[in-house]
Ligand binder design. Structure first.
Ligand SMILES: Nc1ncnc2c1ncn2[C@@H]1O[C@H](COP(=O)(O)OP(=O)(O)OP(=O)(O)O)[C@@H](O)[C@H]1O
Length: 629
């Protein structure tokens, strides 16, 4: 209560400017006047009834009272009342909310905001009331599906709204049909202006509620544990957008009927993707496939999606029908990069370039151009554009397909492994470079940071790179690794094989040398700063080399033991036979005991191939006995 009073006292009175009496044009004068704050006194908001309850709070229909000395006005508004936050965080979050308010102002395709307030000790966003959402419209239809032209139309304005937020460095993270509102002109309006993004890291008093960064059915893989599997970035919203479109087309939300744990298992662990209905225009289908790439770097940006939707709108008709669903195909090129990945950086004349490494690979298979400079561009076919590269030692410029080259600035290219010169405690010092511009500004993903880390190339040096298939082990100097890691008998760190590299450099490691009975227990994570590569050449001595061989598969040891036994038996048999034969031929004592026969009957009785040829008669020197078989 104290917080609320304090907030209310601190809140300056809020003024509106009414244009032509149209509530659509009620706009705050805060931004343009002397008023420093969009805060609205709680007494001016009268809650009427609750419209709905969401993961991050409730939405109410309310009346906003506005009075000046000249007039008294009441406006119908919607109030998003956020879930309670801890009292000692209230001020910080309220300040953030205020800042968020300014950022989200003025977009054409985003929900119009009127102000922020604290009502009943809960943070509130006061916004324009819209007639309904895309989810409401779908609920009114018999099969719940929208027509393709409607989906494309809504998709266009939705992507414009998302782009407006991205331009202010705000991520939405909660794209779903109930958060796509509809204007009176049936235009899609982005209704959730990044509430999960705003509230990330803010503790809530109710510890029973699991805080998530979105709504499970619509969440991208990195959104589940952004500090570990991140970063969350603009492409995270591409996944959410794809989910929205699939639901609009099919009438069914992605992962419908699955529990939160099951969705996590499908999306994050098994790397499954929502099903895309077949029969869509190829460009749309291709963009949707791209939205569901596991590695966010391979997904399209909102501008790419907007272009595709705009160009597909002409020429589609209402007759489209969802025919079954198609699984996502891997559309990566020879280097493992999608067209969306490649479209994120365009080469220019004078750029330093080198041959592009395949995705998650340590070395380029084809280092045709170890280093060169672009001296000419061919732009006729943008997608497969060719460039002319001047390479040292070659007289004429070489004509190369642009997609096989990567730009190198300040010695770094997107995808490189880099290490911070001055380590920070809260995150790994080793990360993956996501982008570098021509003046050296970089965006890097680290374990321990939820979003992309922005800085300058001078803060980094190259780090050892890791790739899928490599064997790694925790460095001996690391006593307590960031993530759990198995040990071998005797307490030494086990060696595992990299199975996947996440966009922040987090290594997903399997232990083929350890027999795991549960699927969930067979994958471990590792901080690249804490591991070292292991291979035959770095294993000193035969014992270490043999131990490394055991890391390849848990069956190596049993197979080798069996092989050893087999060899021992074979040798035994051969030796026994020799001895036996020589004794039969040259009997010297009363009793001739055939050792090889005994061995074969005892340990390999089930294996006829191992039994020596039947012995009909064994002669004793004195001719007393015969053993028949
Ligand atoms: N400005 C608005 N005008 C009219 N209806 C709105 C407005 N904002 C939200 N709604 C509607 O209120 C209902 C509840 O919204 P809310 O955003 O709280 O729930 P949600 O979308 O299910 O969950 P989340 O909290 O994850 O966003 C939804 O049906 C939504 O369409």
């Amino acid at each position: 209560m104290a917080t609320q009073e304090a907030a209310s006292q601190a809140v300056p009175s809020f003024e509106y400017e009414l244009l032509d009496g149209d509530p659509d044009h009620v706009r705050t004068v805060v931004a343009s006047s002397n008023y420093p704050s969009p805060r609205i006194e709680p007494s001016k908001v009268k809650l009427r009834h609750r419209i709905g309850r969401g993961v991050f709070g409730d939405v109410w229909l309310a009346t906003l009272h506005q009075s000046t000395k000249d007039y008294d006005e009441y406006h119908e508004v919607a109030v998003k009342m956020l879930n309670p936050v801890k009292e000692d965080h209230m001020k910080v979050v309220f300040d953030k909310l205020e800042d968020h308010f300014y950022k989200c102002q003025g977009g054409k395709s985003v929900c119009r905001l009127y102000g922020v307030s604290i009502i009943d000790e809960k943070l509130c966003i006061i916004m324009k009331f819209y007639e309904g959402s895309v989810a409401d419209k779908m609920a009114r239809l018999k099969d719940g599906k929208l027509s393709l032209p409607d989906v494309l139309r809504y998709g266009i304005s939705l992507s414009q709204g998302i782009l407006e937020l991205h331009s202010k460095e705000v991520l939405v993270l909660n794209l779903k049909p109930s958060n796509v509102l509809l204007s009176t002109k049936d235009q899609a309006i982005l209704g959730d202006l990044g509430i999960p993004f705003l509230l990330r890291g803010v503790p809530i008093p109710n510890t029973d509620i699991i805080q998530r960064l979105g709504t499970p059915n619509y969440m991208a893989p990195e959104q589940w544990q952004p500090e570990i599997r991140g970063p969350i970035s603009n492409e995270t919203d591409s996944w959410g957008f794809g989910c929205c479109v699939v639901e609009m087309l099919t009438g069914v939300p992605p992962w419908h009927g699955k529990s939160v744990d099951e969705i996590f298992h499908s999306v994050v662990r098994k790397q499954e993707k929502p099903c895309i209905p077949s029969g869509l225009p190829p460009l749309i289908e291709n963009a949707l496939f791209g939205c569901f790439e596991y590695d966010l770097r391979s997904r399209p940006l909102m501008t790419d999606i907007l272009n595709v939707f705009q160009s597909s709108l002409q020429g589609v008709n209402n007759d489209w029908q969802a025919i079954g669903s198609s699984k996502v195909l891997n559309k990566s090129s020879a280097t493992g990069h999608t067209e969306w990945f490649l479209s994120k950086d365009h080469l220019q004349v004078n750029d330093l370039v080198r041959s592009r490494k395949p995705l998650n690979s340590c070395k380029s298979d084809n280092m045709n151009i170890p280093e060169g400079r672009i001296v000419g561009l061919e732009r006729e076919t943008e997608k497969d554009a060719f460039v002319l590269v001047r390479v040292r030692g070659i007289h004429d410029p070489v004509r190369v397909c642009a997609s096989t080259l990567e730009r190198v600035s300040f010695g770094l290219a997107a995808g490189d492994w880099i290490r911070l010169k001055e380590a920070e405690k809260k995150h790994s010092p080793v990360g993956i470079l996501h982008s570098i511009d021509r003046v050296g500004n970089v965006a890097v993903a680290f374990i321990g940071v939820e979003t992309l880390w922005k800085g300058n190339s001078s803060q980094f040096q190259m780090a050892e790179s890791f790739c899928v298939g490599q064997f790694v082990r925790i460095k001996a100097s690391v006593l307590r690794p960031r993530f759990e890691w198995p040990r071998k008998k005797g307490g030494v760190w086990a060696t595992g094989r990299i199975w996947w590299v996440l966009p922040n450099g987090c290594l997903m490691v399997k232990f083929p040398g350890i027999l795991a009975f549960k699927e969930e227990c067979d994958t471990y994570m590792a901080d690249p700063a804490e591991v070292e590569a292991v291979n035959f050449s770095t294993c000193p001595g035969m014992v270490k080399k043999y131990q490394h061989l055991e890391d390849f598969h848990w069956s190596v040891r049993p197979v080798l033991v069996a092989f050893g036994l087999f060899t021992a038996m074979k040798l035994g048999i051969a030796f026994g036979k020799k001895v036996g034969r020589s004794k039969v031929k040259k009997p010297q004592g009363n009793l001739v005991y055939c050792e090889s026969q005994h061995t074969a009957e005892g340990q390999n009785a089930n294996n006829p191939a191992w039994i020596p040829p039947p012995v009909k008669n064994i002669l004793f020197r004195d001719g007393v006995g015969t053993v028949a078989r």
